[in-house]
Design a protein around this ligand. Structure first.
Ligand SMILES: [Zn+2]
Length: 293
């Protein structure tokens, strides 16, 4: 167990280093490469399932005006930084063997493609998923985003405007500097909030920061803007750097209530071949794929 965990950490670190080497600030992130434990290794694993006490007790506030939210948190100093802070959804309430698939489209240079094999497989197999789209990915081909929005299998969610770690003081993840202030954090959420609202005809319900990192002030900002911050419990492709075999290994760690993260903007990655094998296996084991609640 320990050996496997160390091995995975090494692989993830390599992916993160590759991502960091290719980016300048948060405007041009490669895929997220979150260094993240699987569900089975999670220190909060006991919270999996319907009774997650933290998430259940924190309602998302009604949408406030973005300027008011920025003013509300101006100058606030955060004390926490990470991917599973209180208020971030990392598991779903599971009735039996349910889990939620999420796929990110990070956008920006070299990250504007779509993994058609993966998306077409989800459609063909009637597998629902939540798709976190960055504003740059939407703007690259709005018609493509509109076609995804028109498919009831998919819920489209907010993956930020410039793909920044969501910080109020410039905290970095994988060498990618986060937003510098409450105002920048609001702008990172709200820029794509407006794009998605126009695309969908209603506001997006879910947000995942670039690199999936937040401080606790930024988590409150997202919630005050009417969106639920989302993390994950199973890192399925490490920023689309995993081989197909590694994707299958990661997804074999799924437990009821899991939220998996993978990426849909790298068609030549191991993500599609891995998912095409592992998703039917999970279904054969009795898993039902659900959207985020
Ligand atoms: Zn991303």
């Amino acid at each position: 167990m320990v050996d496997r965990a160390l091995s995975r950490r090494g692989l993830l670190a390599a992916g993160a280093a590759a991502a960091a080497g290719l980016v300048a600030g948060c405007t041009a992130a490669q895929g997220d490469s979150p260094v993240r434990r699987t569900t089975s290794a999670a220190p909060t694993g006991a919270a999996l399932g319907p009774a997650d006490p933290v998430q259940a007790k924190i309602p998302v506030a009604p949408t406030a005006l973005p300027d008011d939210v920025a003013a509300r948190y101006a100058g606030r100093q955060p004390a926490q930084w990470g991917m599973d802070l209180p208020g971030i959804l990392t598991t779903v309430p599971a009735a039996g063997k349910q889990m939620a698939l999420t796929f990110d489209a990070c956008g920006g240079p070299d990250n504007d493609e779509i993994n058609d094999v993966l998306i077409n497989f989800l459609i063909q197999q009637r597998i629902p998923a939540t798709l976190f789209l960055n504003k740059r990915w939407i703007d690259f081909d709005p018609g493509r985003a509109a076609r995804l929005a028109a498919n009831p299998l998919f819920e489209l969610a907010n993956h930020g405007t410039r793909h920044c770690p969501l910080s109020v003081n410039g905290h970095a993840a994988y060498g990618i500097a986060g937003t510098l202030s409450a105002q920048q954090a609001v702008d990172e959420v709200w820029g794509n909030h407006e794009t998605l609202t126009a695309l969908l005809g209603h506001p997006p319900r879910f947000f995942r920061a670039g690199t999936a990192h937040y401080d606790e002030v930024a988590v409150s900002i997202v919630r005050d803007l009417g969106e639920q911050p989302v993390g994950f419990s199973v890192n399925a492709d490490a920023g689309a750097t995993y081989s197909a075999a590694q994707v299958q290994q990661a997804m074999s760690q799924v437990e009821p209530g899991a939220i998996s993260i993978a990426h849909m903007h790298r068609p030549n990655s191991g993500t599609a071949p891995g998912m095409l094998v592992t998703l039917p296996k999970l279904r054969a084991q009795g898993y039902e794929f659900v959207k985020l609640p």
